[in-house]
Write a new protein. Sequence first.
Length: 287
Amino acid sequence: MITDLFTYSFLRYAFIAAVVIGFTAPLIGSFVVVRRMSLIADALSHMTLAGISFSLFLGQYILLFSDLNPLYLGTLVSVLAALGLNWLRGKYVHFQELSIPIMMSAGMGLSAIFISLSRGFSIDLSTLLFGSISAVSLSDIWMILAVAGFTLLIIIVFYKQLLFLSFDEEQAKVSGLPSTMLHVLFMFVVALVIAVSMRIVGTLLVSSLITLPVAAALRFTSSFKQTILWSIVFGEVATIGGLILAYELDVAPGGVIVLLAVMILAVVMLAERLGLARKKEVRYEGN
């Protein structure tokens, strides 16, 4: 594959996307897991699929959408869904987890309708569900890089506030933090990361890339910064290794990436079992 990287532009695009997503997804995933919001990634990914399928459907009848990258509308729908999730959580104060199946069901329903109404997508359905090496375009790369830069900026600027909100939401509200604004901003970033990650990992597996590297890191790290660092390391190993194996085996990259992430988690848990690693409780590092 190394030689082919210099020959085929689509491979270079896929490799860049894998490296950036392998960094961004576990980075935001560390906050998602600590806040016990792992399943939100599934809800938003299904809404992103609805947006992409809607864009492809419109492309058959409206010239503007025929040349438009479907990921753009998918990202917009994902962001709107994130805001909808936040609104639903406010409506079901004592049953906030209901917002996830509600949004996920809406996403799957809309996707099924637009897919059935469309007669021949410009891309194969498996590309949307499981990712593809050849599906990443230059416009996707710029979008992935922009989302990664924006995510990193938000994490750097609001790190302490997001950390405080993640570990003790009630105390954060009492202390005067603008918790609603921070939560909406956080959901906005999560929606963006999920939308751009779908090109490589696919709709059905994108939440795994956000959560599995973090799950492995949590088995032996003792601080949140260590969790973030090791999550990114595991994420990069899974995405880059999965992309290489998927290319050599000629299979969808999403499945290989997720299986590698599962294997990393299994190895870490085995090391813990053998006494080579020790599970530690992640501490809140706020001042």
